[in-house]
Design a protein around this ligand. Structure first.
Ligand SMILES: O=C(O)CCC(=O)C(=O)O
Ligand SMILES: [Fe+2]
Length: 353
């Protein structure tokens, strides 16, 4: 099958400094085969200094005692409500069916403020760096918009702003979340104990695109390759000799896969303890980009998606997406981005209503 990846494929590093049709096609090819791509860091769109300052801020924040961090616990009013604030160690499980315990990690979620509003209430020391955080969120969003625009070109959607306008956060609220992650060093197992092997359970992301930032020397991310039923490690910098800065890892989320009739792939991934680094702590940051809440996920116009859907090639992927949403077979309904996220969360957390 043309869109099935083979074990020798590696995730490409794409230079998007030009928005040519050729670059757009490279982005689409990676998004529709691996569901993952690297974007060469041009040093401007997301300044490397901001990335390292954000990692430093994250380190300072997570070093604090739990009592202090719990003041801004996830979902609490003090932290700004649903999906904002601190997730404690083992406070969530990304793979509830495959794991007995929650993920051995902590997180802090920061939402994108609705138009004309300021950032959610933030704890110290994050609060003292709100200009950095806002700038970082904005530059992440700029990069997402550029990638979406390249997909727009390659998919030959007649409206050149089809995806970008539906992700324009100045127009309304969205589910976009920026997340700092901390994976503490693993404790030494006692004699009879097996060492923990998973740091973040197998999952797919929910939104349109995810940008992932990691640190050299802190691997662990693996993606699931269905064709071979294996887990493939994703290097932090696939080409250290030619790339001074690690490229930015991008992956497609469930919503964009669903929206494109299964043409773009939302690939299952996880974070595992790896060989020598098994004991070490690990930091990462993820920017989960979502469309505006009221964006309707109706058929994406244009010949490419239409041709793909008519060919029936997306059937299996789309069925998987519909399953993740709890949609009944044969029932077609247009969801908004907000309904998609609510359904996705409901199925994951097995909520009743
Ligand atoms: O920490 C990582 O490298 C990946 C985290 C991740 O996949 C997620 O939070 O969705
Ligand atoms: Fe993820």
């Amino acid at each position: 099958m043309a869109h099935e990846s083979n074990p020798n494929d590696t995730i490409p590093v794409i230079d998007i400094s030009s928005s040519s049709a050729e670059v757009a096609q490279q982005v689409l090819d990676a998004a529709s085969s691996h569901g993952f791509l690297f974007i060469k860091n041009d040093g401007i769109t997301i300044p490397p200094k901001d990335i390292s300052d954000m990692f430093e801020l994250s380190r300072q924040y997570f070093q604090q005692p739990d009592e202090q961090k719990s003041e801004f616990a996830i979902h609490s009013e003090k932290a700004g409500g649903i999906n904002r604030g601190w997730v404690k160690m083992q406070g969530e499980s990304l793979d509830p069916e495959g794991q007995k315990q929650g993920d051995p990690k902590e997180a802090f979620n920061i939402g994108t403020p609705p138009p004309n509003q300021s950032l959610q209430p933030l704890p110290s020391p994050i609060s003292t760096s709100s200009p950095l955080i806002s700038r970082f969120q904005t530059s992440c969003h700029t990069l997402c918009t550029r990638i979406l625009t390249l997909l727009n070109i390659a998919l030959q959607i007649p409206d050149s702003d089809y995806f970008s306008s539906r992700h324009d956060q100045s127009l309304g609220p969205s589910g976009t979340i920026f997340r700092m992650l901390y994976y503490p060093a693993s404790r030494k197992p006692k004699h009879s104990e097996k060492r923990e092997s998973i740091r973040a359970g197998a999952h797919s992301d929910y939104g349109s695109l995810t940008l992932l930032f990691r640190l050299p020397g802190q691997p662990g991310l693996e993606l699931y390759q269905q064709a071979t039923n294996t887990w493939i490690p994703v290097p932090v910098n696939p080409s250290p000799l030619t790339l001074a800065e690690p490229p930015i890892l991008v992956n497609i989320g469930d919503l964009l896969s669903f929206w494109t009739g299964g043409m773009l792939k939302s690939t299952v991934h996880r974070v595992a303890f790896t060989g020598d680094e098994a004991q070490e702590e690990r930091y990462s940051m993820a920017y989960f980009c979502h469309p505006l809440d009221d964006a309707a996920l109706e058929a994406v116009p244009g010949p490419v998606i239409r041709g793909f859907v008519e060919s029936g090639k997306g059937g299996a992927e789309l069925e998987r997406q519909r399953e993740r949403l709890g949609l009944q077979k044969g029932v077609e309904e247009v969801l908004t981005a907000k309904q998609h996220l609510d359904r996705r969360l409901k199925v994951t957390y097995r909520l009743k209503n």
